[in-house]
Design a protein around this ligand. Sequence first.
Ligand SMILES: C[S@@+](CC[C@H](N)C(=O)[O-])C[C@H]1O[C@@H](n2cnc3c(N)ncnc32)[C@H](O)[C@@H]1O
Length: 514
Amino acid sequence: MSLKLERADVHRFRALVGRRLGLEFDDSKLEYLADVLEQRLKTSDCSGLEAYAHCIGDNGREEWRALAEQLTINETYFFRYWDHFRAFFERVLEERVRVRRPAQKLRILSAGCASGEEAYSLAILIREHLPDYAAFDIKILGVDVNLSMLEKAGRALYSPWSLRTTPEHLRQRYFHATGRDFQLDAAVAESVDFEEANLVEDDAKLWRPETYDLVFCRNVTMYFAPEVTRAVVDRIARALVPGGFLFLGHAETLRGVSQDFHLCHTHDTFYYQRRSGAEIVANGDGGAGAWAPSRAAPAAELDANDSTWVDVIHRASERIALLAQHSPHLHASSKERPGAQHDSLRQAWDLRAAIGMLEKERFGEALDLLKALPVDARLDPDTLLLRAVVLTNSGQLAEAEQVCKELLLLDELNAGAHYLMALCMEHAGDLGAALEHDRTAAYLEDGFAMPHLHMGMIAGRTGESSQARAELGKALRLLPREDASRILLFGGGFGREALTELCRSLVKKCKGAP
Ligand SMILES: C[S@@+](CC[C@H](N)C(=O)[O-])C[C@H]1O[C@@H](n2cnc3c(N)ncnc32)[C@H](O)[C@@H]1O
């Protein structure tokens, strides 16, 4: 770290950047922030942080521009995540055009557009897939806080690297070579507007209610603090028309962020659709609900060959009893949940008692305890999830399915409920639906090992060895870091080691298969 700067100065600078640009930097980036701050102090002729903080106060627009240029990550390219663009032209565009045909207008926002490739990709695909696009009043707006990126977008001149995943026929139709670079077709370039905007600010014009049919905000909120993400997504939700669509980056989900959207899964990818006003659950719970035991269950004898996972859970003995001496406690899931205040002490105590019964495999008593809760607590997402877990463990899969459905109505992004639904669907013989729920659970919680283990088992049983190996491999990578509470709830009573052993033996079996 710089000699001239105190650690406290850098912390203060980090807080200022977080407030103004939304960007979150963890401690490993303090050195980098110190370098940036030192460099900016030199350039700005400020005597120290006090003067600099004053200079980047209300009138520091130019300085903030310089900081945004240094501190933002601007990686982007044409047709990044082709699955998203397929979902766009095969579903989203078609649906929005149908709805908007009477008014003949479409409004699209690329929020955090960087050098424009995302917004231009959408403009190209509209020309390709909407034959009467000229009859529509279409506005595509790209906004970003980094002015130099917007200037680059305005030039619409790109390196071959920016076109690295552009299909050849689109490259030929919409670009012409200029030296080593490629110039975008002028008509396409003119069809997109770019503006400087900071997503953290509540700009009344940018966020006019019910304006956009579609918002792409990909690989932007991953750099924000959770509370900034929530505020930005809230603005996006308000600015989308009901039924409008939101695409986030692959590493970003709305779990624990917003309940204003339905999750869509088509074209091998996930995205979101704005609910109608009447549908929005006022005090929804974005978390999966989790309980942490003090240690995971020890290994149990497992034989999963040719069995459904539910069968395996039921065949296993001694498993849950071994957990009994450990008293789990309620805690919020990894992301802070909106509306988490509903976890009343009384309810937490009662749920603990029910978990104790689950651990002892006294499923009937656990269910009785849950039934005896006051109505509000019974309908709480945490309670519903626990009920579904107990029902699954006790083999009451039809009832578990009903409870999961109830829970998913309250919290569509509940990864645990999707995973339990996968077990119920497998039990009901609907492997397609089981896999769909597993994929959703894995998407919503990228560290959730069980859906991968389950998908691997299904693939192994249906003879898809390479798919099975891939999923079991993911489960094996995730299990060492898997949340202990999730192992307790969803591991069918097996501990981390037993589940790891199971994965290994299944992988071996797959290797023997063609
Ligand atoms: C990694 S790029 C993503 C580009 C494009 N959306 C994509 O996925 O290919 C992230 C962009 O978000 C912009 N950004 C970061 N914070 C922002 C803020 N507070 N307001 C507006 N844009 C911001 C950055 O300047 C950067 O260009």
